[in-house]
Design a binder for this molecule. Structure first.
Ligand SMILES: Nc1ncnc2c1ncn2[C@@H]1O[C@H](COP(=O)(O)OP(=O)(O)OP(=O)(O)O)[C@@H](O)[C@H]1O
Length: 253
């Protein structure tokens, strides 16, 4: 069986600067791979290439064995690739339930009521049902992150209809979901992400700076440095790797 995601020689240059440099990475079905690396290593740039926001200057991206290198982001989404962003992307004056209903309709769901069972069920999966009627602008950072996950799951509501990717994304790219989240909210957000991975069986590729969060969450860690993949391995193996420690000199691993 092909890996869910396969990156071969994936590269991106801007002028003379090579920002992503020959990445080789295969992510298997149901795997949780964390991408770490010092500031400016190229992690977000790599996510932009995988989700189709930027076109690589070299190499290929394969999803379920099919070459999707030339596909725009919405067509990748239809094939089951979902992505969240480093900075929060909610609409402050729209309700929490409104976000889910809107995303479900965009995915082809018919007759989605904001106060209906379907929207509530999606919000329960990210532990946000109690805030369904509240405006997104009033949510804590942790709850905004959960709402972004609910928006990723909303295409589930198109199930049975003509909507694309009825089960929601099988591959989720999460770009620093803990950024800006208060320490007391990190545990619950980690639990939500763990459930989406372990219980629902989704494949996850996640950028995260804090190794303590990744221990117990990630099967494998991929370390980026200056645009290249410096090492991949279990969290413990990567932390013990002297080349990784060297790349992080002056920064916390
Ligand atoms: N559009 C662009 N044009 C030129 N340089 C860019 C562009 N986008 C990113 N860069 C540069 O590429 C490098 C990698 O940036 P990127 O944001 O991918 O790193 P990162 O590992 O995600 O960093 P951080 O951990 O700080 O978020 C940086 O030096 C950045 O300045």
């Amino acid at each position: 069986m092909s890996p869910v995601l396969e990156l071969s020689g994936l590269s991106w240059s801007v002028g003379a600067a090579t920002i992503v440099d020959g990445i080789e990475l295969a992510v298997e079905e149901g795997e949780f791979v964390a991408v770490i690396g010092p500031n400016g290593a190229g992690k977000t740039s790599l996510f932009n290439l995988v989700s189709g926001i930027t076109r690589p200057t070299g190499g290929t991206v394969r999803l379920d064995g099919a070459d999707i290198t030339g596909l725009p982001p919405h067509r990748r989404a239809r094939r089951g690739l979902g992505r969240t962003f480093q900075s929060s992307s909610v609409f402050p004056t729209m309700t929490v339930a409104g976000h889910v209903a809107l995303a479900a309709r965009a995915a082809g769901a018919k007759r989605v009521a904001e106060d209906g069972e379907g929207v509530r069920a999606v919000l329960e999966r990210v532990r946000l049902a109690r805030r369904a009627g509240d405006l997104a602008g009033g949510l804590s950072h942790g709850d905004k992150r959960k709402l972004e996950l609910a928006v990723l799951l909303a295409p589930t509501l198109a199930q049975g209809g003509s909507g694309p990717s009825p089960g929601g994304p099988r591959l989720m790219l999460l770009d620093e979901p803990m950024a800006g989240v208060a320490a007391e909210e990190v545990g619950e957000l980690t639990d939500v992400i763990r459930t989406l991975h372990r219980t629902e069986g989704r494949t996850v590729l996640m950028v995260e700076h804090h190794m303590d969060i990744l221990l117990g969450l990630a099967d494998r860690v991929a370390v980026m440095h200056h645009g290249t993949l410096l090492a991949t391995g279990t969290p413990d193996a990567v932390m013990a790797d002297p080349t990784v420690q060297e790349a992080y000199v002056g920064e916390e691993l």
